[in-house]
Each structure stands twice: as structure tokens, then as C-alpha cells.
Design a protein around this ligand. Structure first.
Ligand code: AQP
Length: 327
């Protein structure tokens, strides 16, 4: 049987370069070889303070960006998590098998609450819902950025616990993480990851930004005072980040880039990085502008129905295995 891919993105704002290079670019690529299922994880987006109207707008807008990036609804399922009740139901079942000690070690919850996000049960149990998202469809591979490694481990662990207790049900999924740009860093603090929720807008680039905004953000990216362009994450995190971004966008290896830009100064290097990023994302904006919200909603509606039908069969199996057979 063809291997299955599942991944999700939160409808919490503009898709940035980190989301794109870390995960979404692979979503598009993997459609050629695999059975692909992509989900706009709106239930996850409810775990932080939000406005319902904005969430509704963001769900459609995120789908629109994904279609503009090249997610093809004829080859992939593209739907919102809340359309398929199996996500929440399986999360409950898996939650009963999740040791509190493991959840207490999750770094994302600790980082978010340390950064001022109000804690709630949904935010705390986020990794269980994410495991349910992946396991619901019996996915084998999960294209994500480096920040999701811990969540993939939890998913594997929960699948093993379930299989050991109730019989072989779920495949044990693997993360599919790119070699370069798996963790794109902030332009204002290159020791933290680029993030949609960073209050500093200058810390990131949206895939829909105009070329002059992209160039400005990259020119003002925090680097260091030594003028040599070389790859050293500890000593030169800002330059290392730009080298990774350029390598991912241009296809040139970091060694080749260091040879070419090593002694030419930061100004020329940053301009070259901006050129490479603009060339990579410019077509996305044009495709985005050509899409209309009605068509996007139609894609979500029909994909959601198909995703739900497929999930029902798998949920039936999970229910029977756990003693919840229907009458
Ligand atoms: N900086 C990043 N570098 C590489 N990959 C990244 N991803 C996120 N940030 C980076 C990957 O993008 C996918 C979708 O992420 P998400 O929307 O589910 O949320 P997130 O990981 O929490 O991303 P953000 O942008 O940082 O959102 P907020 O600020 O809301 O928390 C995932 O595969 C992720 O690995």
C-alpha cells in the first residue's frame, strides 16, 4: 500500500518563511510520491487567546496560501481539523494512555507559558491532539520543522503504547525533516526560532510579503560585527541562519555559498539572500491573488467530507480495539 503523509499547520496568522522552508515546501514536493493529507489545525489554534471571526478568516486564508504554494486538491486532502470529529475523539482515547510525567516535560508548553500565554488544558494536552491528528489517518511520514521533533517522539510512543495494549493498530510514524532550514531563526534574535506569534514583526518574512519588505527585513537582520561570511551557529547565529535560508532557496550548498560570499562583506551577501528568497516566494503571491475565497471554501468542504469518510473507518477500528464497539 502507498505510504501516507500527514501534516498540519495552525491558522494563526501569516505563513512565514520558517513554516515554508521547514515544512510546507515538502508538503508540495511529497504529493508526487505519496498519499498526502494536509490539515489546517483549527482546534490547536483555540489553545491560545483568539477572536472567533479572525479564526474563521485565518482558516480560509491559510488554505488559500497552501493552494498558492502548490498543495493540489486533486492529489491531496486539504481540510480543517474541526471538520473531522475523529481528531478530538482519538485524542481523548490517547489521552487516557498519556503519562502526566511525559506531558510535564514538553518544551512547547513550558516556552509558551513562560512567554506569557495563559495555560489551559488544551494547551497542556496539545501533543496528545497532535498525536491523534497523525495516527487518525494511519500516517507513515510527517513533514515538519525541527521544532516538532519532541511531538513526533510522543506520537510514536503513544502509537506503541496503544498497539501493545490493544493489538497492532497504528503504524509508527517518522518525522520528515529537511536537512537545511529545518529551524529558521528570527531576524531580530537569531537564537530563537522564527514564529508567527513573535510580537516583533521584523523578526519574520511572510511568504506573501512584497519584495521591498523582504529585502528590508533581510538587510536589517541581526548579525555580528565580524565581516566574514562563514557558517558558525554558536559564534555567528545570524549569518548561519541567512546561509541556511539562502542554501534552501538557491539549491547551492553552504560550502559553495561561503566560497562565493565569504569575503565580500555582509551588505552584498544580504542582498544575494534577499534575491534568492524573493525569487522563491514571488510566484506564491501571484497565485494567491488569483484565488477567491468561495473556491477555497469549496475545496475545504469537499476535502473535509472525504477526510471524514476515511477517518470513520479508522476510528471504527480504534473503537473496537478499545472496547467501544457500536451497537
Ligand atoms: N522557524 C521555523 N523553522 C522551520 N520550521 C518551522 N515551523 C514553524 N516554525 C518554523 C514548522 O511549520 C509547520 C507549521 O507550524 P504551525 O503553524 O503548526 O505552528 P508552530 O510550529 O507553532 O509555528 P509558529 O509559526 O511558530 O506559530 P506560533 O507562533 O503560533 O507558535 C510545522 O511543521 C513547524 O515545525
Amino acid at each position: 500500500m502507498q505510504q501516507k503523509i500527514f501534516s498540519g499547520v495552525q491558522p494563526t496568522g501569516n505563513i512565514h518563511l520558517g513554516n515554508y522552508l521547514g515544512a510546507l515546501r515538502n508538503w508540495v514536493k511529497l504529493q508526487d510520491e505519496y498519499d498526502t493529507i494536509y490539515c489546517i489545525v483549527d482546534l490547536h489554534a483555540m489553545t491560545v487567546e483568539y477572536d472567533p471571526d479572525e479564526l474563521e478568516r485565518n482558516r480560509v486564508d491559510t488554505a488559500k496560501v497552501l493552494l498558492a504554494l502548490g498543495v493540489d486538491p486533486d492529489r491531496s486532502l486539504l481540510y480543517t481539523q474541526s471538520q473531522v470529529p475523529g481528531h478530538a475523539e482519538l485524542a481523548w482515547i490517547l489521552g487516557t494512555m498519556m503519562p502526566m510525567g511525559v506531558l510535564n516535560r514538553m518544551t512547547q508548553f513550558k516556552e509558551k507559558t513562560a512567554g506569557g500565554t495563559a495555560s489551559n488544558l488544551g494547551l497542556y494536552s496539545y501533543p496528545v491532539l497532535m498525536a491523534a491528528d497523525i495516527l487518525l489517518h494511519h500516517a507513515n511520514l510527517v513533514p515538519v520543522g525541527d521544532d516538532q521533533r519532541q511531538h513526533i517522539e510522543v506520537t510514536r510512543d503513544l502509537a506503541e503504547r496503544f498497539n501493545n495494549k490493544f493489538g497492532d493498530t497504528f503504524p509508527i510514524p517518522e518525522g520528515y525533516i529537511p536537512e537545511t532550514s529545518a529551524r529558521v531563526m528570527s531576524f531580530t534574535d537569531p537564537t530563537t526560532k522564527m514564529s508567527k506569534s513573535d510580537p516583533q514583526v521584523k523578526s519574520r518574512i511572510s511568504v506573501l510579503d512584497d519584495p521591498d519588505v523582504i529585502r528590508k527585513r533581510i538587510r536589517s537582520a541581526v548579525t555580528d560585527s565580524d565581516p566574514e561570511v562563514r557558517y558558525d551557529v554558536a559564534e555567528k547565529p545570524g549569518i548561519a541562519n541567512l546561509l541556511e535560508i539562502m542554501s534552501a532557496c538557491s539549491g547551492d550548498s553552504i560550502d559553495v555559498l561561503v566560497d562565493e560570499y565569504g569575503s565580500g562583506g555582509y551588505g552584498a551577501f544580504k542582498d544575494a539572500v534577499a534575491d534568492a528568497v524573493i525569487a522563491e516566494v514571488e510566484p506564491v503571491k501571484n497565485r494567491y491573488k488569483a484565488l477567491n475565497n468561495g473556491d477555497v471554501r469549496n475545496v475545504l468542504r469537499s476535502s473535509g467530507i472525504r477526510a471524514n469518510e476515511s477517518a470513520l473507518g479508522y476510528m471504527d477500528e480504534a473503537r473496537r480495539a478499545t472496547g467501544l464497539k457500536g451497537y
